[in-house]
Ligand binder design. Structure first.
Ligand code: FES
Ligand SMILES: [Fe+2]
Length: 346
């Protein structure tokens, strides 16, 4: 394979989304046992539903008969049935029944692709297999999900832009002092700074060198086998009630090449009465303020043209942007080289 083709495959893979990763795909409350939910993940149409025992299933959203979307179907006894001619498929992708045809040979066959599912902290995650890792590695959860001392709320939003812009945005703390300068939380600190990137045990942290704890001053990315997420702190003013900073734990789902969905857990390390206070204030006062900030991100990213990468003039404060791009490049190379290796051997 010429190197040019390999480069194109790698670029395409970065653009469509890295395989071999766990991605959040929906809020838990969106997946019900009375009706299926159709979703798109890395350009693939999938369907989710909750089985009778509460377990969430995810299979390809395409009937094995003539390809109708299974998400148009109904749920029966934990399985999904196609709206078009009634084929019943299990959460494992096995055809359970073909009601329009006696003794159909497809009954009992696993002919629909099924995906591994994990549910944690109000969200459904699915694993998108790669050629090198067909079986899902154990998902590594952000430590805040596993600790009782953190309390949080999941907010999700669809952004009509490639997911790479959302990741770049998270790796770019400087924009807090400009784009969000008039906001409730991000109006403070210097408007000029230098940045540095430090290695951490599982990834990297990009931070301002001139100030910490005044604005969106750092962002940390963790990369594990099959899981990538980031977190950052937003200092809270006194009006946000007792407790420390707000921490955002963020995942980004590539829906397709033109849109993504951000999953941001807004969390605070609080307990007892402080915890009740934060949850009350969040619902009554803070949530709408945070949405205003998130909308500023969405609006500017959606307005950026898709081919802007060829015309960028990056400078020192883009060290974090550079680093997250290198991370995606490395992951995409690993995906593509493994696939090419298999092809070469066959
Ligand atoms: S297309 Fe689904 S049963 Fe025919
Ligand atoms: Fe932002």
């Amino acid at each position: 394979m010429p190197d040019l083709d390999r480069s194109a495959l790698i670029e395409n893979r970065i653009n469509s989304g890295i395989l071999g990763q766990w991605y959040p795909v929906a809020k838990s409350v969106e997946v019900k046992s009375i009706s299926p939910l159709g979703i798109e993940v890395l350009g693939e149409k999938l369907v989710l539903w909750r089985g009778d025992n509460g377990k969430v299933h995810c299979i390809k959203d395409q009937c094995p008969h003539r390809g109708a979307p299974l998400s148009f179907g109904r749920l029966h006894e934990g399985h999904i049935s196609c709206r078009y001619h009634g084929i019943v498929v299990s959460g494992e992708g096995v055809v359970v029944r073909v009601p329009a045809m006696q003794n159909c040979k497809f009954e009992g066959q696993k002919i629909v692709r099924a995906f591994e599912v994990t549910e944690i902290y109000d969200a459904i995650f699915i694993y998108m297999p790669s050629a090198e890792n067909e079986k899902a590695p154990r998902m590594v959860f952000p430590k805040e999900f596993l600790s009782d001392s953190w309390s949080g709320f999941l907010c999700t939003a669809v952004w009509k832009t490639n997911y790479r812009y959302a990741l770049d945005n998270l790796a770019d703390p400087m924009h807090g002092s400009y784009l969000h300068a008039e906001s409730f939380t991000l109006a403070y600190g210097a408007k000029e700074d230098l940045f540095k990137v430090d290695h951490t045990e599982n990834g990297f942290i990009v931070s301002r060198t001139g100030q910490l704890g005044k604005n969106f001053d750092w962002a940390e990315f963790e990369m594990h086998d099959g899981t990538m997420f980031c977190f950052l702190d937003i200092p809270y003013p006194k009006a946000a009630g007792p407790g420390g900073n707000m921490r955002i734990v963020g995942f980004v789902l590539p829906i397709n090449e033109n849109s993504c969905k951000v999953f941001f857990w807004r969390m605070r390390e609080v307990s007892g009465i402080q915890r009740d206070c934060w949850r009350f204030l969040y619902r009554t006062e803070l949530e709408s303020k945070h949405w205003t900030v998130l909308e500023q991100d969405r609006e500017i990213l959606e307005a950026m043209s898709d081919d802007v990468r060829g015309n960028e003039k990056l400078y020192q404060h883009d060290v974090g942007v550079n680093r997250i791009r290198q991370t995606l490049l490395k992951q995409a190379k690993s995906n593509v080289d493994f696939e090419l290796n298999i092809e070469g051997k066959s």
